[in-house]
Design a protein around this ligand. Structure first.
Ligand code: AKG
Ligand code: FE2
Length: 356
């Protein structure tokens, strides 16, 4: 990444404390019940699981899952391919860089919340090709088809990604069902929003950083989609803002687990019963780090609004409906270049009179 660019320097209030707050940490949920065959004859164990998910979503917005059913060898294949890809020269990586017309591919600079992150990324859509809005402009109704950019090297990245995506998508659907149940809805209540889903996986590489006290691997942000299912390596550095006191809490790596977090869309669907929680990634002066979030996003034409079952006279809708595709396009655009305006946030869509 060369000499230090001042675009990386965080405002004083956002700079990380290098001393770490050790805490109990986010809940760990065992999904092994899904892998056994006695599910229908054992309704009370699913009840317990649903309750754990409800508590985790309410209290943290984050949890880890184990015995999740994603085969380890599929995850490891993609992790290896990701390491090989990022180890190449910048010139080689730039051959598959994303641009404004087709945002998929490699980026060496990302601006979460308008400050440059100490990382490089490679974005891959799960459904390929996929149709998304042609631009972020509100009055442009055009659509465009975008395709993944496959690198020549490592050649196996494509197969590794496709094998992994299929498995992680199954896990995301299971999690979505659990979350629906935890909101008192039918298990499949939300599934119909994901027929032509715009989900993508981001391969993240956080190189070691000479200024970890001034920069961040990823600035504090909330995920805009429905759910995020993240694989992190054993280096650590992901922190979540604890709801009770706003303290940044480290999420210690649990080998082979996934970290799940509720995104903005579930916050809106649930009419604030669950909140999308801020998180960030610390930079590390010694070690490089790799991670792979899967962002589970609905179809581009879905209008996101509080679910009618969850609004009442006492608890009216807190958000106006918005189009997911446009929100996504706006958010992606501001990730890839430093803009003079703040990034779009769901609190901008709160109905007047509701506290944000
Ligand atoms: O790398 C990580 O652990 C988290 C990355 C993240 O929060 C994101 O890409 O939205
Ligand atoms: Fe995130």
């Amino acid at each position: 990444m060369g000499e230090v660019d001042e675009a990386f320097i965080q405002a004083v209030e956002h700079r990380p404390k290098l001393a770490i707050t050790e805490a109990e940490g986010i809940p760990l949920i065992n999904l092994s019940i899904f892998n056994s065959h006695d599910l229908p004859s054992n309704p009370s164990s699913i009840e317990t699981l649903v309750e754990e998910v409800r508590d985790a979503c309410k209290n943290w917005g984050f949890f880890q899952v184990i015995n999740h059913g994603v085969p380890l060898e599929k995850r490891e294949k993609l992790e290896m391919a990701s390491r090989k890809f990022f180890a190449q020269s910048t010139e080689e990586k730039m051959k598959v860089r994303g641009d404004e017309v087709n945002p998929l591919g490699y980026y060496d600079s990302l601006f979460t919340e308008n400050v440059r992150d100490w990382k490089e990324v490679f974005d891959l859509m799960v459904k390929n090709p996929i149709v998304i809005p042609a631009s972020h402009e509100a009055n442009d109704n055009g659509l465009k088809e975008v395709v993944n950019r496959w690198p020549e090297d490592p050649f196996e990245l494509r197969e590794a990604f496709e094998g992994y995506a299929e498995e992680i998508e199954k896990l995301a659907h299971k999690l979505l069902e659990l979350i629906s149940l935890s909101l008192g809805l039918k298990a499949n209540r939300l599934s119909g929003f994901f027929n032509d889903h715009t989900s993508f996986t981001r391969l993240n590489h956080y190189p070691s950083c000479p200024i970890p006290h001034l920069a961040l691997g990823a600035s504090g942000h909330k995920d805009g989609g429905a759910l995020t299912v993240l694989a992190q390596d054993n280096v650590g550095g992901l922190q979540v803002k604890r709801k009770t006191d706003g303290e940044w809490i480290c999420i210690k790596p649990t080998p082979h687990a996934y970290i799940v977090n509720v995104g903005d869309i579930i916050q809106v669907w649930s009419n604030d019963r669950y909140e999308s929680v801020e998180h960030r990634v610390m930079a590390n002066s010694e070690k490089e780090r790799f991670s792979m979030p899967f962002f589970f996003n609905p179809d581009h034409n879905v209008m996101v609004e509080p679910l009618e079952e969850l609004i009442t006279e006492q608890d009216p809708a807190k958000y106006q409906a918005y189009n997911w595709g446009k929100f996504f396009a706006t958010k992606m655009r501001s990730n890839f270049k430093k803009l003079d305006v703040d990034n779009i946030q769901i609190h901008h869509l709160k109905i007047k009179g509701e506290p944000s």
